[in-house]
Design a protein around this ligand. Structure first.
Ligand SMILES: NC(=O)C1=CN([C@@H]2O[C@H](COP(=O)(O)OP(=O)(O)OC[C@H]3O[C@@H](n4cnc5c(N)ncnc54)[C@H](O)[C@@H]3O)[C@@H](O)[C@H]2O)C=CC1
Ligand SMILES: O=C(O)CCC(=O)C(=O)O
Length: 451
């Protein structure tokens, strides 16, 4: 058999598993995309002949490096850093940096793969990448975080650039860490350029970038509801996480007249039947970004709320669910519970928070289910706009960026409908996102020939 002959989905996936032993998250992400893309390319020989999906599922490169730094007690600490540059067919590699002890090559490969489709969906010229380290920022002093970020950038700088690869934040990497990394890049290269996004406003950051992922996930949900003649107002929402994405999602749900019942961190979740109001959200933002405390402390501050140690919030009855913490945080049983409790819509602020089995539950129940690569694309979209502003040496105002984010999310929703409408009025947003995201990247790759 010629290597360019059709292989079926099972054979394709067997190859992915063989080439990436033990990389369960990466294999899961490829499987989820491949099952839809296979249906789409079945009669499109050019994509098979050029082995497009196989090429997208093989990162352009995976850079791995040692990060050596000194803690406050003068101990030498050694961590591993990575940058996965998955695909730059439609623009420079773009995607966040994650600092968390659970980071592995598999996790970053899945994130860079997902990012390729997500960035394509935004319509902006950005390829897919992701990076990070198994460094755990929890309990570290500001000086330790600064030294780690500087050491990380001392190696990373040679692999990135404003037209090559533009990292940003993700779990464990927020404004503080971006500042330290940008400062080190500038020091080493003697260049001020838009090499990172998520910067503070004072040095080239964009209005609306901190809010963009969480707000965007709610705008996506709003678009799904509108498509069915519904609205957020008066609905209850269960949200996981309490970081950047979760708190901004909670804020937007509240602004639109919904009631947020839960937030969580890796220790457990809080349930506040009175609703997590803007005042309470502001308190949580301060807790997480300044005091760097645990969500359990919420119950000491606000009466009427309960803390559920070691649990996830999906058993709380709600109309809307927004997983905004991390991958595989919502499994098959939890998806069934949500459906049995009458959930109408799920919008993923996190990347791949629902297991494959959980996704099948939502699919079979035909609820509105917005997968992360579409629903949380608002963050990287505004990052793309930060790149544009840096290139033009200008800053747009908050109102303009807010309008652009709203329009971008509507555009992503409509692309999902275009490729995901099953003809009965139900939209398979997973299929829509996978096919629309794939097509643009695939067509660009076809134009380049064999590279
Ligand atoms: N920051 C951004 O612009 C974007 C983030 N995302 C995704 O959103 C998710 C959250 O990211 P951020 O809010 O930026 O990070 P963050 O660091 O601000 O917050 C992460 C949150 O997740 C919680 N968390 C981490 N591991 C957990 C675990 N094992 N179980 C329960 N909770 C856990 C943390 O306690 C924290 O509340 C991630 O999946 C990230 O990849 C997606 C698109 C863009
Ligand atoms: O803004 C960016 O470039 C990164 C966003 C990101 O990491 C994500 O979309 O998962």
């Amino acid at each position: 058999m010629a290597v360019t002959d059709h292989v079926d989905l099972d054979t394709f996936m067997a190859g992915v598993k063989k080439r990436n032993p033990g990389q369960t998250e990466f294999i899961q992400a490829v499987q989820e995309v491949a099952q839809d893309v296979y249906g789409f390319i079945d009669d499109k020989e050019e994509y098979h002949a050029a082995q497009i999906l196989r090429r997208i599922a093989e990162p352009d490169r995976v850079v791995s490096f040692r990060v050596c730094w000194e803690d406050d007690n003068h101990n030498i600490r050694v961590q591993r850093g990575w940058r996965v540059q998955n695909n730059n067919a439609i623009g420079p590699y773009k995607g966040g940096i994650r600092f968390h002890p659970s980071v592995t090559e598999s996790v970053l490969k899945f994130l860079a793969f997902e990012q390729t489709f997500k960035n394509s969906l935004t319509g902006l010229p950005m390829g897919g990448g992701k990076g990070g380290s198994n460094f755990n920022p929890r309990g570290k002093s500001d000086s330790e975080v600064m030294r780690f970020c500087q050491a990380f950038m001392t190696e990373l700088y040679r692999h990135i650039g404003p037209d090559t690869d533009v990292p940003a934040g993700d779990i464990g990497v927020g404004g503080r860490e971006i500042g330290y990394m940008f400062g080190q890049y500038k020091r080493i290269t003697n260049r001020w350029e838009g090499v990172l996004t998520g910067k503070a406003i004072e040095f080239g950051g964009s209005q609306m970038r901190p809010e963009a992922t969480g707000y965007g996930a709610v705008y996506f949900l709003q678009n799904m509801l509108k498509h069915k003649g519904e609205d957020v107002e008066g609905k209850t929402a269960v949200i996981s996480g309490s970081g950047n994405v979760a708190t901004h999602a909670a804020e937007k749900i509240t602004q639109l007249g919904g009631k947020v019942l839960t937030l969580s961190d890796s220790g457990g979740f809080i349930h506040d039947p009175d609703g997590i109001t803007q005042e309470k959200i502001d308190w949580i933002k301060h807790l997480k970004t300044v005091k760097r405390g645990r969500i359990s402390e919420y119950c000491d501050e606000f009466s009427g709320a309960s803390y559920h140690e070691g649990d996830r919030p999906w058993g709380v009855k709600c109309d809307l669910a927004l997983p905004c913490a991390t991958q595989n945080e919502l499994n098959e049983d939890e998806a069934k519970t949500l459906v049995e409790n009458g959930v109408q819509g799920v919008s993923e602020g996190a990347n791949m928070p629902t297991t494959l089995e959980g996704v099948h539950v939502f699919h079979d129940a035909k609820i509105m289910y917005g997968p992360g690569k579409a629903a949380n694309a608002g963050g990287v979209a505004v990052s793309g706009l930060e790149m544009s502003q840096n290139s033009e040496r200008i800053s747009w105002n908050q109102e303009r960026l807010g309008d652009m984010l709203t329009e971008l999310m509507e555009g992503i929703h409509d692309k999902c409908v275009e490729y995901g409408d099953d003809g009965t009025g139900h939209v398979d947003y997973v299929k829509g996102a996978n096919i629309a995201g794939f097509k643009k990247v695939a067509d660009a790759m076809l134009a380049f020939g064999v590279v």
